[in-house]
Structures are given as structure tokens and as C-alpha cells.
Ligand binder design. Sequence first.
Ligand SMILES: Nc1ncnc2c1ncn2[C@@H]1O[C@H](COP(=O)(O)OP(=O)(O)O)[C@@H](O)[C@H]1O
Ligand SMILES: [Mg+2]
Length: 328
Amino acid sequence: MHAAESGRSASDPVAVEVSHLGKSFGGRTAVHDVSFSVARGEVFGFLGPNGAGKTTTVRILGTLITPTSGSATVAGIPLTPENEVEIRRRISIMPEAPGLYRRLTVRENLEFFARLYGLSKRSARIEEALDAVNLGDRAEDPCGSLSKGLRQRVALGRALLNDPEVMFLDEPTSGLDPVAAHDVHGLIDSLRQRGVTVFLTTHRLNEAERLCDRIAIMNTGLQTIGRPDELRHTLFDRSLEITTSAPLPDADLVFTGLPAVEGWQHDTRVTDGTTGYVLAVSDPAQAAPQAVRALVAAGADVLSISEARHSLEDVYLELVEDQEGGSR
Ligand SMILES: Nc1ncnc2c1ncn2[C@@H]1O[C@H](COP(=O)(O)OP(=O)(O)O)[C@@H](O)[C@H]1O
Ligand SMILES: [Mg+2]
């Protein structure tokens, strides 16, 4: 890699680049041949079940452990032993366990870590961090007296102290109740507003779907990567669901031959006296009007027509449960 020149400017559109990264602990492979890149300003979801290698990847990219194979660029800087200090100045990691001193107040904790990081203008940085996580009014409370959700906010404030370009948030809502998790989601949105690149590991699908521009699904190896809507589409056949008031006399005649329709079958889930059909289609936007015209021409009463929506959960379960099939 071209260590001297390669992409140190903030205009570099790539925040994190990972190429064939691997990590084994003894004989056990935690991360296998993983490649992806994260754009600057992106909220990138790293989704996978327990033991998928998410934390291991974060620890590699955060310069805490060295990879067994492959290479990476973090905040535009090649990940090499001599660049570790510079990388650490530009990133921060919010680990799974917040690691705060419970007997120290919120402010004292931030002061401690600001000193540890050797930051200048410490009091201004601390005020900004408190402000960013809305903890100004709890600054003098001992961390031990705060709820888990508030402690997580302190941990996020701690991770903001060095004004990082790239933030790694390792399961930031793990163990939080829905209200506290929602609160953390709001803070992640505000990081996006500030232009911070966020690398978010999670095993919560709804979280990844709600917050992330793109999602990588991990299970030791990278299973797939894309925008949430792309993941649904690339993994599932697209289909239209149609109900009519009465069975068509000859459904084959109606549906076969429509350009965007690849096949059809009865929808046996429809049991309310109406008739359901499922059409396999190449392009729902093209197929839906065609199908409606053909149905009307055949004298059918169309009650409903809609594209079948698969949840990201379907995608996720398919990928993490079906390892053997895994060419994706
Ligand atoms: N320091 C370590 N020594 C040995 N095995 C480890 C170590 N860290 C992680 N592992 C193993 O690597 C795998 C991936 O772990 P991890 O990256 O923590 O997964 P995740 O964060 O996705 O739950 C697991 O099988 C775990 O037991
Ligand atoms: Mg983990």
C-alpha cells in the first residue's frame, strides 16, 4: 500500500476499506476473508449473530488486535503498526461494555478519559460531548447512579471526546429497554448529521434497517452487503399478490404471456371466499398495470393487487441459517 500519499485527505470518499481480512485465534477462525468498504459519512451496519466476528473486526479496525491476513484502511490511513497512533487519533470505539468508573461523576469520567487520550482544550471538548449526548444536567451525577441507558449515553459522549471521523459502535443498544434503545438511535442519527462515519455492529435487524445506509451481514465470512431494500430484492424472487372476487375461468390465459410475468400460481393462503393468485414477476412496476388490464379485459373483479414485501428478517435468517448454500 502507498502509505505516504494514500488518501489522507478528508475529501477521500472512502472512510474504511477492508480487503480479504482474516483473524484466527489459535486454530479457530473468527473472521474469514472479509472485504468491503464504507463511504465517508455513511452509517454502516455490521449485522450478525453472536460469535459472527463483529467485535473481532471492530478490534482489528480499531488497532487493538492485528489481523492474521488481509489489509485495511481506516479513516483513509493504511492499517500498519506505524500508523496505529494516527488512526487512533481519528477514530473512536464505543465497546460493548461501556467501561466507566461508577464512583466518578459523568464529568469526572469524561475528564479522566480526555486526559488519558491526551486531548487539548479538554473542558471545551467535555462540554461539547455532554451537549451532544444531552447529559448536561446529569454531569455531576455518579455514573453508578445512572440507568443503563444513560450510562450508554455517557459512553457515547466519551467516544465523542476526540471528535472522531469514524466511530465504531459495538452493539450500542445491547441490553437496553426499547425506550433507551430509541434514545441511542436518535443519537446515532445526530452523528450522521454531523458527518461522522458510523460503523455500527448489531444483532438487531430493526436497528440496522432503521439506521443504516448499507448493511453487511456477517457470519465469520461476509454473507452479503447492500442497502436494506437491495438486500430484500436480490435475495427474493419478486412477486405480486392479487385477489379477485371469483376464480378466473382460465387464469393461464390471463397471466401467461404478459411480458413481465414469469409464472403464476393460486395463493392458497387466501381462505376468505375470494380468490388469490401469486405472480412471479421480473419487475412489479411493469407487471402490475399489465396484470390489471388483462384481468379487467377478462371480466374479473380485482379486489387487490400488491407487491409482496419480504422483511429484512427473512433475508437475515436465510443467510445466517443456510451456511452451506452460502455463495453470496
Ligand atoms: N481473544 C479471543 N480468543 C479466542 N477466541 C476469540 C477471542 N475473541 C473472539 N474469539 C472468538 O471469535 C469468534 C467471534 O467472536 P466475536 O468477534 O466476539 O463475535 P461477535 O462480536 O460477532 O459476537 C467467537 O467464536 C469467539 O469465541
Ligand atoms: Mg461482539
